[in-house]
Design a protein around this ligand. Sequence first.
Ligand code: F6R
Length: 240
Amino acid sequence: MKLVRAKDYKDMSRKAANFLSAQVILKENSVLGLATGGTSEGIYEQLVDWYRKGDIDFSMVSTVNLDEYVGLDGSNERSYRYYMEHHLFRHINIKERNCHLPDGMAGNLEEECRRYDRLIERLGGIDMQLLGVGENGHIGFNEPDEAFEQMTHCVWLKESTIDANARYFASREEVPRRAITMGIKAIMQARAIVLCASGKRKAGILKRVLCGPVTPEVPGSVLQMHPRLIVVADAEALGE
Ligand code: F6R
């Protein structure tokens, strides 16, 4: 594991964006695994800035996002598709057909999960996976459970995740209860992982993820087994 210490959120964003940018510069047709959420926003802002300055070319890049809420379509401002368009895709020269997220509106969710697994396989797997971590240890929407779920699957969100994500909705009631998420297997098969964390809120869980026992009760703890894990965290997140 490589640990990169950042001063604060801005510094974390720039340092994490550096790894993604280096990946794309070294391999122009990289497959990037992407995350949404507050942690990733600054990273995308930095990448857009470097793209505008002519430093990165996304024309041959493909992306696969970790997850999407069930029941929200891409025009819904709370959907992860909308988030990605808003924070990254529409600002860079990535091709629309190369930007992939699970379809939360799919009629047959089980089939959609299988389609997503096949898609990742067809792309040749993920070169670099960006991850945030939930305060309960989730990665993607792989929630704490009794076993590591391997493949893309549908989940019921834990109450703690609904609470954490309510800040993006008008009320807690509006937070979808279900989501589709990439499984632990696809995440662990990524050739490199960049796990990011910022702020005091993440200090307790980051310690458990990086130093605690590897257990499905803390899904992120599985990352300890990854041969190329890069952790980029700021001073507050590393506080414990
Ligand atoms: C989002 C995702 C989640 C977030 C996690 C942290 O696509 O997969 O696992 O990375 O919930 O969220 P923030 O960054 O908002 O604290």
